[in-house]
Design a protein around this ligand. Structure first.
Ligand code: 2NL
Length: 345
């Protein structure tokens, strides 16, 4: 009677273990058959009714059945664990042969490229590169450049002021004034100064309240206007092409005397006259002149002994002429379709 009951329990338990498909249902089977309130415990409790001869035999059988169920549960546990690991490995497997996702590779900004090209041209002509602060004091931005407080030219360059004394520089000339001062009256000084400059202008296709400038300065004994012309002609041919030429026109700047405007021959019509050069055959590219004696003097140079030339040009304007760009705002709106068109060789 009890033997059959045990055998039946065993068969029943092993079947349930077999069909258990997860840990939870397997543990339910284990608890329901082997737990303190389970049927095997019940059988063992009822053994008191058996004869002394039968008791150890049934007891042994009960232990065997319990051990067998336990062994099956453990085997199934191991199997389920193994399956779970395999499933996870399959789900998380990485195909190392898949091609990588393409990443966007950046390029240098066209203005950076043009500044670097200009630096190469002028260092090739013996100039060094100097930099200075974008926030300037009134003295270096205006006063030292022969623009005293009441000078009308200060209206020409409406500026961004922080205080009466501090402003965003309106040109890179203050870097040159600082450089001359550092030389304590002894030449030569031969520098170019590239950098951001700021003017209170309304932005449009040809004006930006922030733009880049490169200025150049050469101070020594016996520097002449012909030196200026030679350096600028060499620059124009290197930057725009060997077939281009320059011409000088009289102009005015407070910090140079005499002052000249420099034109480069039109690369579209070769001086014949076209839409680009407005029928003149020439395109204005920069301003320059011989450093005003008062500017030399204020920065510690004796104008009786020393002379110099200086020039200033807008980097955006040069880039627009060279690459036929029609709107200065392209440099600052950062449309990658614009930016990607320029990669310096
Ligand atoms: C322009 C004209 C110019 C200078 C800049 C300069 C600097 C010193 C002394 C004298 Cl320290 N001159 N700079 C001279 C002439 C013209 O810039 O149209 N720039 C965009």
């Amino acid at each position: 009677m009890m033997r059959e009951r045990l055998e039946a329990l065993k068969t029943e338990a092993l079947e349930k273990i077999e069909v258990a498909s997860d840990m939870k249902s397997l543990q339910d089977v284990r608890v329901s058959y082997l737990g303190k309130k389970g049927p095997i415990t019940e059988v063992l409790r009822g053994m008191g009714k058996l004869s002394a001869e039968e008791r150890p035999k049934v007891g042994q059988l009960a232990n065997e059945v319990r051990d067998e169920i336990k062994a099956h549960v453990e085997a199934k546990e191991a199997k389920l664990e193994q399956e779970a690991v395999e499933k996870q490995l399959a789900e998380e497997s990485i195909d190392v042969t898949l091609p990588g996702r393409p990443t966007q590779v950046g390029t240098s900004h066209p203005l950076t490229d043009v500044v670097e090209e200009l630096e190469d041209i002028f260092t090739g002509l013996g100039f060094s590169v100097a930099e200075g602060p974008e926030v300037e004091v009134d003295y270096y931005n205006f006063e030292a450049l022969n623009l005293p407080k009441d000078h009308p030219a200060r209206d020409m360059q409406d500026s961004f002021y922080f205080t009466e004394e501090l402003l965003l520089r309106t040109h890179t000339s203050p870097v040159q004034a600082r450089t001359m001062e550092q030389h304590e009256g002894k030449g030569p000084v031969k520098v170019i100064c590239p950098g951001k400059v700021f003017r209170r202008d309304d932005d449009d296709a040809t004006h930006s309240h922030q733009f880049m400038q490169i200025e150049g300065l050469y101070v020594d004994e016996k520097v002449r206007m012909s030196d200026l012309k030679g350096v600028l002609e060499s620059f124009a041919k290197s930057f725009f092409g060997e077939d281009r030429s320059i011409r000088l026109r009289p102009s005015f700047f407070p910090f140079t005397e005499p002052s000249v405007e420099v034109d480069v021959s039109c690369g579209i019509c070769n001086g014949e006259g076209c839409r680009i050069c407005k029928q003149s055959g020439w395109i204005e590219v920069l301003g320059s002149g011989m450093v005003h004696p008062r500017v030399l003097e204020m920065s510690g140079f004796d104008p009786a002994k020393y002379s110099g030339f200086a020039f200033g040009m807008g980097v955006e304007r040069l880039a627009m002429l060279k690459y036929d760009i029609d709107d200065i705002r392209h440099f600052y709106t950062n449309d990658v379709r614009f930016l990607k068109q320029f990669t310096r060789a």
